[in-house]
Design a protein around this ligand. Structure first.
Ligand code: NDP
Length: 478
């Protein structure tokens, strides 16, 4: 079908659904996905985020660079008249062509690995799922194919990093820290370019017009995305590439660069820096080991690709998820053994809960419930939903294991791990605790967003599930 005609047909169908049907009819034809109608609160939030998120990133990075990671000092100085916005701005390192070169080589290298080196690891490592994999069914009823090779890309990139640090010496391992703010301008350029490109592409040449969503509000469309799975050619998938690489592959390299900087400045690496590197390294490796599972998460299954994912993956993630390591370069905290052990235990227990919960759902869904969870056959609720092409599908919601304790216990584990990264930095400053505040907002909001979507997808079956598992994150509390 011609894409413009298909888009119009989809729009008309939705308008008819929103305007002319009884709630019972709506429930029967329930479809899921992003909102079509934008309320004022969402619109104001979107505009605030578009305006302020880049400044939040700049503020944190600048506070470390100019104020030894104090987030209150710049405000106090401005209030007292000791500095001006202009002088803060003029003291910040500006864009450099050498940073642009580093960044361009980095992104091009990751794109090359992603596109040109098919996964070989799934043939070598038993239990690892890589190579060509199916994604989840899209709202229009499609199932996309993905080349899963993130673990391989991560290993190649890190092998080269270590080979350079110990053998080739092409560049200093502190290269990322040394160019941190100039690189931020480059990441912003890419983040805005890719989001704008995805926005225009949705109008001009969408990958699958049936999976596009137009709300009629330009800001909301730009921020939350129009296309569901924008692609170039058959394999260059925007969501998989931008979320995993260059952002998450870079996460562990950025931490390694901070570690190298500590060594260079102080002649030693603190146990807090090692903890942050190890705990976040486990999280990143877990992501790539389970990249096929990631195809079934909300980012890929439900979110459209807009500024939220495009700019977020290029700028927000590498700059704010790594604040702990950056802080430790300026404040090399050496923790007592008891403190370090407590942080390590919290991080590992959080990781265990996060991974086991995600694994239970993955196993349950893959085997259609024919598996063992905590030694028993899982209990579940059968549910049905309809995709945009009108066909009916069936699914199951598990009510045992961690999924019987709370509806999002994986988020609880993630939050415990996130708190551990922050606590590794001691209690001298608030800045490293930004991450736990942000993750709490993100995951609680995600919880609400997901439940809203599941409710419109599964209708009364979802209500049966929430009756069976009444708590969201913490059993008996919330
Ligand atoms: P989930 O993995 O919890 O997926 C939610 C989806 O799972 C629902 O939409 C529903 O999808 C399905 N589902 C819900 N309840 C059940 C059940 N009882 N049984 C079977 N399936 C169920 O959410 P996310 O994709 O948000 O998160 C994945 C992981 O990634 C989490 O551990 C989270 O902590 C982490 N994460 C980390 C972030 C970070 O920035 N560090 C950001 C976001 C997430 P369906 O339509 O298929 O039924």
């Amino acid at each position: 079908m011609n894409s413009a005609v298909a888009m119009e047909a989809t729009r008309r169908r939705t308008r008819a659904g929103a305007d002319g049907k009884t709630s019972k009819q709506m429930e029967q034809t329930a479809q899921w996905g992003r909102a079509w109608e934008v309320d004022w609160f969402s619109l104001i939030s979107v505009i605030c985020l578009l305006c302020f998120a880049p400044f939040i990133v700049f503020y944190f990075v600048m506070a470390c660079d100019q104020y030894q990671c104090s987030i209150s000092q710049p405000v106090l100085d401005l209030y007292r008249g000791d500095t001006t916005l202009l002088s803060i701005w003029s003291r910040a390192p500006s864009f450099t062509w050498s940073a642009a070169k580093i960044y361009a080589i980095w992104v091009a290298f990751q794109a090359f690995l992603y596109m040109c080196i098919p996964d070989a690891l799934h043939r070598l490592i038993p239990g690892y799922v890589g190579g060509v994999q199916d994604g989840a069914r899209t709202p229009a009823g499609l199932i996309n194919k993905y080349e899963i090779n993130g673990l391989q890309c991560w290993i190649i990139t890190h092998a080269l990093w270590f080979a350079n640090a110990h053998y080739f010496h092409w560049f200093s391992p502190t290269i990322i820290f040394d160019n941190w703010i100039p690189l931020m301008w480059c990441a912003n350029i890419l983040g805005y370019a890719v989001s704008t490109f995805a926005f225009l592409k949705a109008y001009l040449f969408p990958t699958n017009s049936e999976d596009c969503k137009f709300t009629g509000n330009i800001f909301y469309n730009y921020m939350m995305g129009i296309e569901f799975n924008p692609r170039i050619g058959k394999w260059f998938d925007f969501k998989l590439f931008f979320n995993g690489r260059p952002g998450i592959v870079a996460w562990t390299l950025i931490n390694l660069s901070y570690m190298a900087k500590q060594q260079e400045l102080y002649g030693q690496v603190t146990n807090s820096m090692i903890l942050v590197n190890v705990l976040q390294g486990i999280y990143v490796l877990d992501f790539f080991w389970n990249e096929a599972w990631y195809l079934k998460t909300i980012d890929i299954c439900h979110d459209h690709f807009g500024w939220y994912l495009g700019w977020g993956d290029c700028v927000w993630l590498p700059y704010l998820y790594t604040l702990q390591g950056l802080y430790l370069v300026y404040h090399p905290v050496q923790l007592s053994d008891a403190h370090a052990l407590a942080v390590l235990s919290l991080g590992l227990v959080g990781y265990y809960i996060f991974r086991s919960t995600n694994h239970q759902k993955d196993l349950f869904r893959r085997t259609q419930g024919s598996c063992s969870i905590w030694g028993h056959k899982p209990t579940y609720i059968d549910c049905s939903y309809r995709s945009a092409d009108g066909s009916m599908h069936h699914s199951k919601l598990m009510t045992s294991g961690f999924w019987g304790m709370a509806r999002h216990f994986n988020y609880t584990g993630d939050l415990m791990g996130s708190f551990a990264y922050c606590a590794a930095c001691g209690f001298g400053h608030i800045l490293p605790y930004f991450y736990i505040v942000y993750m709490t907002i993100l995951l609680v909001h995600r919880c609400v967003r997901d439940e809203h979507r599941c409710s419109s997808k599964y209708g009364k079956d979802w209500r049966r599930y929430t009756d069976a598992v009444p708590y969201r994150l913490i059993p008996a509390v919330f």
